[in-house]
Design a protein around this ligand. Structure first.
Ligand SMILES: Cc1cc2nc3c(=O)[nH]c(=O)nc-3n(C[C@H](O)[C@H](O)[C@H](O)COP(=O)(O)OP(=O)(O)OC[C@H]3O[C@@H](n4cnc5c(N)ncnc54)[C@H](O)[C@@H]3O)c2cc1C
Length: 461
């Protein structure tokens, strides 16, 4: 019987769902899957993106772990595609590869002053508070007035983590250095800026509602933002999610002015146009243009510029994928170019196919690197179904590897001295973190330094 030796690069939800779906799919060939990730621990943004005070979503890790625990997927953590293994290596050892490498860096925001000291990308901050091993351990939380640019769930996560009192996060899995950093933060005001109106936000109602329950944090809204036009009123009437968001915001408007020590301001119809230098190269203020509805659900600038003093700014305007060596990349959209998960390339210009998008056989994509950084974890499942369907149907065009044995890739990694981790290693690290947590009455305490994660996983303490 034909056997598919499949490499999946990226052990986030998209990669794990793809493996699971393939193993359960109706097919007339055997399957053997190796799942690679450059981090020593699996689960991608579920571990290193989802906020620590969202334990229900973090709990998706349990379902993903159940898939891996079945034992029919080999896990190789701490293996960097492009450094420890290359596309040519994969071609030698596998019939096909699925890239599920997600998107981990911040999209750019091209306004003057965005590079000043005190201006940060949300993705870096998220990585810091979620204990990602590749970001610095300390974070400069020294400012009283802070802006967050963006009107999606990541902006809300960032604003909430900045505004929340550290002791209200103590029961979660935040690393100790994060707790200490947040505990020392002198922040009093967090200002969230969205260039559109309250009925056009990308927050989900659940995330928004949560803000209203933060202890000792008042939500501040501005009446001028709630003068709806017909398009906004139609949106409230016709869209359940918008209806709920509008209801939540209006309920907050009716609350009497609070006396909390911290405030979280939601500014709508406010388009940031410049981060103002304080004279010493640091963030001193944010300038924004007041916008107004354009009558069709969008906004236009009014020309009225306002300025608010701030000392730090976080841009949460989206994530962006990173190119992988040897793999086609769409620089405009930050994705691997693909047709329903089948990776495409421009062809070889010398053959006259410069503009043609030809399928790059054997190479597939799924998850955020396939369709861009939007959507929830659940959406990566439907992505994976589509990609796997094509992989199965493409059987005649798979690579024909010269060393397909399962041992050969292990030998290669050993030869190269790669300190890879495996599923047993994850269990060891998981148990270790849970034990650290239970000693302190917390869910878990994350191990942050990469070398410590590897040492614990490989059981060589
Ligand atoms: C801040 C934030 C909060 C979120 N909160 C929620 C939420 O509450 N609920 C929800 O449903 N969704 C949430 N999401 C969305 C969710 O995280 C994504 O939908 C999902 O993680 C995308 O899955 P993925 O597998 O495509 O990418 P990822 O989860 O990013 O996984 C990609 C994996 O590929 C690995 N990788 C990358 N490059 C390489 C390489 N060169 N070599 C080897 N491995 C590599 C990475 O280490 C990672 O493990 C959130 C996202 C963010 C950014």
């Amino acid at each position: 019987m034909t056997k598919l030796r499949l490499a999946i690069v990226g052990a986030g939800p998209a990669g794990i769902y793809a493996a699971d779906i393939l193993l359960k799919a109706e097919r007339n060939f055997e399957v053997s899957i190796d799942l690679f990730d450059h981090l020593p621990a699996p689960y991608g943004l579920v571990r290193y993106g989802v906020a620590p005070d969202h334990p229900r979503i973090k709990g998706i890790i349990t379902a993903l772990r159940d898939v891996l625990d079945r034992g029919d997927i080999r896990v190789f953590g701490n293996v960097r595609f492009g450094i420890d293994i290359t596309l040519d290596d994969l071609k030698k050892h596998y019939n096909a590869v699925i890239f599920a490498t997600g998107a981990v860096r911040d999209a750019d925001l091209d306004i003057p002053g965005i590079d000043l000291d005190g201006s940060y990308g949300a993705a870096r901050f998220v990585s810091w508070f979620d204990g990602h091993p590749d970001v610095p351990r300390s974070w400069p939380l020294e400012d009283q007035e802070v802006a967050v640019i963006g009107n999606g769930n990541v902006a809300l996560d960032v604003a909430r983590m900045l505004a929340k009192h550290a002791d209200d996060l103590l029961s979660t899995e935040i690393p100790t250095n994060v707790y200490e950093g947040l505990k020392a933060s002198p922040v009093t005001d967090v200002h969230v800026f969205g260039r559109r109106g309250p009925t056009s936000v990308k927050f989900t109602p659940l995330e928004l509602r949560e803000l209203g329950d933060l202890p000792d944090v008042d939500i501040v809204l501005y009446d001028e933002d709630f003068d709806y036009d017909d398009a906004a009123r139609d949106a409230v009437a016709s869209n359940k999610q918008v209806f709920v968001i509008d209801k939540v915001l209006n309920k907050w408007r009716e609350r009497p002015a609070g006396t909390a020590s911290r405030r979280l301001h939601l500014h709508f119809f406010a388009k940031p146009v410049e981060i103002v230098n304080d004279g010493e190269g640091r963030v001193g203020a944010i300038r924004y243009e007041r916008t107004t509805p354009d009558g069709q659900g969008g906004v236009v600038g009014t020309g009225e510029i306002r300025q608010l003093p701030i000392q730090a700014v976080y841009r949460a305007v989206g994530y962006f994928g990173s190119p992988l060596p040897g793999v086609p990349f769409d620089r405009k959209h930050g994705v691997i170019p693909n047709r329903e998960g089948q990776v495409l390339w421009k062809g070889d210009p010398s053959f006259g196919s410069k503009s043609a998008n030809t399928q790059l056989y054997g190479v597939y994509a799924t998850g955020w690197i396939k369709r861009g950084p939007v959507g929830l974890i659940g959406h990566t499942k439907s992505d994976a179904m589509e990609t796997v369907r094509h992989l199965i149907n493409d059987l005649g065009n798979w690579w024909r590897p010269e060393s397909p044995s399962e041992q050969s890739i292990v030998d290669l990694l050993d030869e190269r001295g790669v300190q890879y981790t495996n599923l047993d290693g994850w269990h060891r690290l998981d148990q270790h973190e849970l034990a650290l947590g239970s000693d302190e009455g917390r869910v878990r305490v994350k191990v942050v330094p990469r070398d410590e994660m590897v040492t614990i996983s490989r059981g060589v303490r």
